[in-house]
Design a binder for this molecule. Structure first.
Ligand SMILES: Cc1cc2nc3c(=O)[nH]c(=O)nc-3n(C[C@H](O)[C@H](O)[C@H](O)COP(=O)(O)OP(=O)(O)OC[C@H]3O[C@@H](n4cnc5c(N)ncnc54)[C@H](O)[C@@H]3O)c2cc1C
Length: 459
């Protein structure tokens, strides 16, 4: 690996994506400066603790999908603080008829699940015999309907997409928002057949990594805290760029931190702010016009409302990860996670904590309701679904007006804009949840790759 002695990089935005890219560049020998507008790094990730309860502002966990992510956690020295989710979290629920129904995890439970009708189950099992989808970029709804039928769309894919994207399956692209299914169909002609074959192939090749759901001692703040700590003085909080100019060989960036202004030249620029914020960056020259189309990327607004109750106030056993709601159920919330069942330390002994998601593309207006009104909507739903009674003894609300980018049909055009900008400006990288996946582990993987490629281009 070539080290970039004396080269300088500037990263704008210190969410998990920006800080990961910055650290990778630092490891490749760059002198790095990270500008973060807020008073802390971490972006949407953060942990609030009070009276023995813990509420996450954004992501509740990380689904580690690769050895590379695990190695990166080791590099951050947080591997020893990793907490594996409880085994009960493997059980998930989708709501049907106002009640949580366990998601079938095998052929036997599929036979008996009340989530799908008998005809729906037969249709699902026909999937291996269905020809490929004709369109090159179908919606998640069209793809699911074609391959699995109406029941799977309404009572599995719809709530699942609400849980991952706060999104609408009619608009989300199967190709870009749900590549695992899309790729299986493309490679093997069937999702079910493909899943079985690819599992066998991976096992035979010996590169089978068993995904694990984790959080950390102290919650997700521990992860972003470790990133900030590893960046040390490189991370400038309460800082923002005043002008960004391409000077032919590199970038001249003027920035302010507190009341101190700096103007310096950098060999590499990483933009790690959400797509919706790119247009407000002070670019001089043609880069602004180059990136202007990215303003068309839609974001779902999402509020996370964590509520604590005495165990006796909740009738449901909370023996799972949580319950996601299909649009057909006409409920207010997108879902409720049983966070105190998933990880320890989320509620005091004898109490439970539920993190409820509200808003999304289904009810965007709900995400900006006053807290009291939102509470009424949430309580009405969790009373119905989980048998919750009475008032919560703990409440913590976080509202994100631009929570999750929507990888809608036609998203390929946005990805092309990003690729083209990096072709024209080889010392630029664009990283964030709007490229390569919205999950924390996807953000980490994409940022590591983008930073490595950037360093390679400049070597
Ligand atoms: C409510 C919610 C729940 C989620 N749940 C999960 C989950 O359970 N599991 C999972 O894997 N993922 C989850 N995610 C997704 C995941 O957490 C995010 O996709 C990821 O953290 C995004 O990181 P990022 O660095 O790309 O963006 P951000 O976190 O948005 O960071 C961008 C940073 O840029 C800064 N910035 C913006 N403009 C400027 C500027 N002009 N100058 C300087 N700085 C600027 C911002 O202040 C921010 O710190 C969830 C997300 C949300 C919102």
């Amino acid at each position: 690996m070539v080290k970039m002695e004396n080269k300088k990089a500037i990263v704008i935005g210190a969410g998990v994506s920006g800080m990961t890219a910055a650290l990778k560049l630092k490891d490749r020998g760059f002198e790095v400066t990270v500008l973060e507008r807020e008073s802390r790094g971490g972006g949407v990730i953060g942990t609030f603790s009070k009276d023995g309860f813990r509420a996450e502002s954004g992501s509740n966990s990380v689904m580690v999908q690769s050895q590379r992510t695990l190695d990166f956690l080791d590099r951050l020295a947080v591997k020893s603080k990793m907490e594996l989710s409880n085994s009960v979290a493997k059980k998930r629920f989708f709501v049907k008829g106002g009640k949580p129904r366990a998601v079938p995890m095998g052929p036997f439970s599929l036979m008996f699940t009340p989530l799908f009708s008998l005809l729906g189950k037969i249709r699902l099992l026909c999937e291996p015999f269905i020809g490929p989808v004709k369109s090159e970029d179908p919606s998640v709804a069209d793809f699911t309907l074609h391959r699995f039928g109406r029941d799977v769309l309404d009572y599995a894919m719809n709530p699942f997409m609400a849980g991952v994207y706060g999104g609408d399956p009619e608009k989300l692209s199967a190709r870009y928002a749900f590549p695992p299914f899309w790729n299986l169909e493309k490679k093997y002609g069937s999702v079910i057949r493909g899943a079985i074959k690819s599992m066998k192939e991976k096992k035979a090749a010996g590169n089978f990594f068993k995904p694990m759901m984790i959080s950390f001692e102290g919650g997700m703040e521990t992860l972003v805290g470790a990133l900030s700590k590893n960046l040390g003085e490189s991370l400038k909080c309460g800082a923002k760029p005043l002008s960004i100019d391409f000077s032919g060989r590199g970038w001249q960036v003027e920035w302010v931190s507190g009341d101190e202004e700096t103007c310096d030249n950098y060999d590499a620029l990483v933009i790690a702010v959400p797509a919706a914020e790119i247009k407000s960056l002070p670019f001089a020259g043609s880069l602004a016009a180059e990136l202007a189309p990215l303003d068309g990327i839609k974001y779902a607004p999402v509020a996370t409302f964590t509520l604590g109750f005495k165990r006796s106030q909740v009738a449901h056993r909370l023996d799972g990860f949580g319950a996601l709601t299909p649009a057909k159920e006409n409920l207010n919330i997108l879902g409720s996670l049983f966070v105190s069942s998933i990880f320890k330390g989320r509620a005091p002994e004898g109490y439970v904590a539920l993190t409820n998601y509200i808003g999304g593309m289904r009810h965007p207006e709900y995400a900006s309701l006053p807290e009291g009104e939102m509470l009424k909507l949430v309580l009405a739903d969790i009373e119905k679904i989980l048998g919750v009674s009475g008032e919560p003894c703990f409440k913590k609300l976080f509202v994100w007006s631009h929570a999750i980018p929507q990888y809608n049909v036609g998203y390929g055009e946005f990805l092309e804009v990003m690729d083209e900008a990096e072709r024209k400006f080889p010392n630029l990288a664009l990283v964030g949840a709007y490229r390569g996946g919205v999950g924390v582990s996807s953000c980490v993987e994409s940022a590591l790759s983008a930073a490595s490629k950037l360093a390679d281009r400049l070597s």
